[in-house]
Design a protein around this ligand. Structure first.
Ligand SMILES: [Fe+2]
Length: 448
């Protein structure tokens, strides 16, 4: 397996891991969205008795002499004192507040005269227990439209409020008015103020009974969880960008590697053809032997890298033939002793050529030993059994098969059964028995 294959395999595992982690994060994110939506849909409330909340209400008289005054000759049998009361709503929730309203339960007789930054839904109860209500903007009304119980003193409207009555204050939800923002500040916290002018005999109004209802509009990106999801999604995006970049680079490298492999293959092919062209009967011999050798290597369980080494080395096993006299190689008659000795040198000469080429592993061994016999009666060194490199023992079987399955000057090609018989008879003599077994299996499985 080459480097590009390793990179692609690693990319595959990393991509799978990132996708698996992304899937888990997406599921958690969906759960988070549902939780945030449920949280946002829920109405919450705060009242004077509430335990600590992040949204606070404070109703108090505005300080200062000019904010307090007396109205005399009211026609109601008593003077009335007026005060401005500020209603501060503070949001420390670190998220937007919206859809809020404030209910104030009246605890004693008083009059509401004015109010700003919103409208007032005023509920009055009559002596018979019946209820009457009207929503009114105290900054902008027509006196004839007021259906509540009220008094008009001078130019002022004084709407009666008695114990049991209540007011619901609705803030101005029109953001463009800028009066009461329903959302917090940029930091999601802050204070907005609304106010009322109230009259009573003493001037002191009891505002201790109120309840504010509100909903928060939390962003899914807020809080620790939201920030963690931002980081997680950022990392996922970065991971995919890195994976994509590495993939593109590896594809590009693969293209370059394929070109190199093709060039190498062409060079090999030229070498084989040169070696095979030295006699009339060896055309295609080297490539066929290389193919059979790869089949044997695969049958023996070698991995793809080793099978490639066997194939490439086998392609060049007869390269030494280029140094042998062509007339001897093409001689159809019986060779003399000297001629046969010349032919044998193709092993040593081939090894000599290939021994310095480290990028084609085992090629020199293949060339040098492919005519050795398992019983030690081969050449050039008479090595036997496992002294002969495995690649040479493999090529010996492949070489013999190609010789037997093709016509030669001194005989016709052998039939399949005859070839099998030759291999069986020479098992342990000319050939490694284990490799013969593997090759006979191959012959039984497919047409070569
Ligand atoms: Fe040979």
């Amino acid at each position: 397996m080459n480097r590009v294959d390793n990179v692609k395999k690693a990319i595959k595992y990393v991509t799978f891991s990132v996708i698996a982690v992304s899937a888990v994060i997406i599921v958690l994110f969906i759960i988070h969205i549902v939780n945030v939506n449920n949280f946002n849909d829920e109405w919450k409330s705060v009242s004077p008795g509430s335990s600590a909340t992040s949204v606070l209400v404070d109703i108090h008289p505005r300080g200062g002499v000019t904010d307090t005054w007396v109205k005399i000759n009211t026609g109601l049998g008593t003077d009335l004192n007026a005060k401005i009361y500020e209603m501060d709503v503070t949001n420390n929730a670190h998220t937007y507040v919206e859809d809020w309203y404030l209910r104030i339960n009246i605890r004693g007789n008083c009059y509401i005269n004015n109010g700003w930054c919103g409208t007032f839904e005023i509920h009055q109860f009559n002596d018979d227990g019946s209820e009457h209500s009207q929503t009114i903007d105290l900054r902008d009304y027509k006196i004839e439209d007021v259906s509540l119980n009220y008094h008009q003193i001078d130019q002022d409207l004084l709407i009666d409020l008695r114990k049991g009555d209540y007011i619901i204050y609705h803030p101005d939800t029109n953001e463009s008015s800028g009066e009461v923002p329903i959302k917090g500040t940029e930091e999601y916290s802050g204070t907005c103020a609304c106010g009322v002018i109230m009259y009573s005999v003493t001037g002191d109004i009891d505002f201790s009974d109120y309840e504010m209802f509100y909903r928060l509009n939390k962003s899914i990106w807020d809080g620790t969880k939201g920030r963690l999801f931002i980081i997680a999604f950022s990392l996922i995006i970065v991971s995919f960008i890195i994976i994509g970049t590495i993939f593109l680079v590896s594809v590009h490298s693969e293209g370059k590697l394929e070109n190199k492999e093709k060039m190498l293959k062409d060079v090999f092919s030229v070498c084989c053809n040169v070696a095979d062209s030295r006699d009339f009967y060896s055309k295609g011999h080297s490539e066929r032997v290389a193919g059979y050798s790869r089949m044997i290597a695969e049958k023996m369980g070698m991995d793809k890298g080793d099978c490639d080494i066997v194939y490439n080395a086998a392609l060049l096993h007869n390269i030494g033939n280029v140094y042998v006299n062509e007339q001897i190689l093409r001689k159809t008659g019986k060779l003399t002793g000297a001629e046969y000795a010349e032919v044998k040198t193709h092993t040593t000469r081939g090894a000599e050529v290939l021994k310095g080429i480290t990028n084609i592993p085992l090629a020199a061994e293949a060339a040098l030993f492919h005519h050795e016999r398992f019983d030690g009666k081969g050449y050039p060194h008479g090595k036997k059994e496992k002294e002969i490199p495995l690649i040479a023992r493999i090529i010996a079987v492949a070489d013999a098969y190609d010789a037997m399955s093709n016509d030669r000057p001194y005989r016709n090609k052998l039939m399949r059964d005859k070839i099998r018989e030759e291999f069986i008879n020479n098992r342990g003599l000319q050939f490694d028995p284990e490799i013969v077994t593997a090759f006979l299996d191959i012959m039984g499985e497919k047409e070569l």
